[in-house]
Design a protein around this ligand. Structure first.
Ligand code: SAH
Ligand code: SF4
Ligand code: F3S
Length: 486
């Protein structure tokens, strides 16, 4: 591969055609946009930050809920105005909505190109065909093999501290409410060597944290095509990434309650640089709903997994996803969700109203029969309870110290920094000479349900050794990355 294109940095060159990309949806989509930019950068395009400067406008879309799609339709109308005011602008729709709606999107007057999640290598060709007057272009073929393993994503984050690495694509789980298996295709695991190489490359470029991404990381399983007896599972992959360097923080998402084995928990316990946080979506606390959702675990087995996490990793936080008002959900089912939340005491949660997705099993077989106002009321009760649980979780950190990786400057004051604890709690504190990309030991003095407020901790006898090591690490990093501020 040409070295110029191995770079994790975006190419900015005014003499080349300019590409602008807007991204909706999950972290995997964010990473996919970085893959797309890498493909286009190799094909001779430059990246720009403003719609107004773009020759090619791309929108990477999400279909998970109806409102995610409505936002994209709204943006297409904005892009249409842009095309009217500047002749020659090309608009491409990528991602999950492109896969789901195909020609329907192509019929929108703003849209020139539609490319599904496995067609990103083809985008330069689609643009070339369009330019040679071959008409609007579409490729929504799904693949059983594509993992974009050989493409180094162009990193678009501003801080150069934390990066996503997709370790697998697609999903085989067929949860009855979910559109992902239809729009992302079958599950496939990426070659572990390419993952390690990418993580190493990021570390060598000054990154301090990688997040390994998949819809169900616990079912990561790569088999060597040249030697089918050789395979790598998620716990083994996690260990390999953690071994790159103790100064590289490792996170991962999403864990599936039916697949998360103890091996992953023991690996987390062995390597302090694997962050003590697990995102373990429960969706509902009712066995009847879980069965209908085809989640393949029960309330009891979920609670057993939580108990195991607490036993092996007492400091680990647990976050979750919850759906309110799924088909046929009764008041009792809803109360079961609330009681499960109380029992687990989730540290944080993403909470949604059920949104029927066309052609899923739920859409075909179960009436979407919980009235909108009931869905809203139940969601509000769930949010209210979680706000209390999040606050209580944060209150438990008061007076304690944490190593925080500094990711940015606080929105409220440029003399304050923002970072996350290993448990994924957002922390704000006075800079006192610290800078983005470094680690700080902070003591928590107050909190809200969303944020911890802290101060740089005075040296503690118990942690003096750690502090000294941190200073040493800063020296080493300063030498290895002279261009980067520590
Ligand atoms: N693979 C992950 C989740 C991916 S989608 C997992 O299995 O946990 C992220 C979240 O969106 C899901 O956990 C679920 O809570 C929510 N979600 C998915 N489909 C939805 C739908 N049709 N309506 C509302 N929320 C949905
Ligand atoms: Fe959707 Fe279920 Fe796959 Fe998650 S595991 S992406 S919820 S089908
Ligand atoms: Fe959305 Fe596709 Fe991710 S549907 S949540 S962007 S996998």
């Amino acid at each position: 591969m040409d070295n110029k294109f191995c770079s994790v940095k975006p190419l900015r060159d005014n003499t080349l055609p300019q590409v602008f990309i807007e991204t909706y949806g999950c972290q995997m989509n964010v990473n996919d946009s970085e893959v797309v930019l890498s493909v286009l950068q190799r094909a001779g395009y430059s990246i720009c930050d403003h719609l107004k400067d773009a020759d090619i406008i791309l929108i990477n879309t999400c279909s998970i809920r109806d409102n995610a799609e409505q936002r994209v339709w709204g943006r297409l109308d904005v892009f249409l105005q842009e095309k009217k005011s500047r002749k020659g602008v090309i608009v491409g729709v990528l991602g999950c909505m492109a896969e789901r709606l195909k020609e329907e999107l192509l019929r929108h007057p703003a849209v020139d190109i539609v490319a599904g999640p496995d067609a990103y290598r083809d985008i330069p060709k689609l643009i070339a065909a369009l330019k040679s007057d071959a008409g609007k272009q579409i490729n929504t073929l799904l693949s059983h093999e594509e993992t974009y393993a050989d493409i180094s994503p162009v990193r678009m984050d501003k801080n150069g501290v934390s990066a996503f690495i997709s370790i697998m694509r697609g999903c085989n789980n067929m949860c009855s409410y979910c559109v992902v298996p239809y729009v992302r295709g079958a599950e496939r695991s990426r070659d572990p060597e390419s993952i390690i190489r990418e993580a190493q490359e990021l570390f060598d470029n000054g990154y301090k944290e990688v997040s390994l991404l998949g819809q169900n990381v616990d079912s990561y399983n790569w088999t060597d095509p040249d030697n089918p007896t050789r395979s790598v599972n998620f716990a083994q992959l996690l260990e390999r990434v953690a071994l790159i360097d103790p100064r590289l923080r490792v996170r991962f998402s999403t864990s599936h309650p039916k697949d998360m084995g103890n091996g992953v928990l023991y690996t987390m316990a062995m390597y302090p640089n694997i962050c003590n946080h697990i995102h373990l979506p429960v969706q509902s606390g009712s066995n009847a709903m879980l069965l209908k959702m085809n989640r393949k675990y029960t309330r009891e087995s979920y609670l057993e997994r939580v108990a195991k996490i607490r036993e092996i990793l007492p400091d680990c936080t647990i976050s979750t996803d919850i759906i309110a008002g799924f088909c046929g959900e009764t008041e009792q089912d809803h109360r079961d969700t609330l009681s499960l939340m109380e029992e687990v005491r989730f540290d944080s949660a993403f909470m949604f109203q059920y949104s029927e997705r066309p052609n899923t099993k739920a859409a075909r077989h179960f009436p979407d029969d919980v009235p909108p106002e009931v869905k809203t009321r139940r969601l509000n009760e769930i949010i209210e309870l979680q706000n209390r649980l999040s606050l209580e979780s944060n209150q438990k950190t008061l007076g304690k110290t944490f190593d925080v990786l500094i990711e940015g400057i606080s929105k409220r004051s440029d003399r304050q920094l923002i970072g996350r604890t290993p448990q994924n709690k957002v922390c704000v504190f006075d800079a006192e000479g610290h800078t983005i990309g470094g680690y700080a030991k902070v003591r928590i003095h107050s909190c809200t349900s969303a944020t911890l407020m802290a101060k740089i901790a005075e040296e503690e006898p118990k942690h003096a050794g750690t502090l000294k090591i941190k200073e040493k690490i800063k020296d080493i990093l300063g030498e290895r990355h002279p261009g980067k501020k520590e």
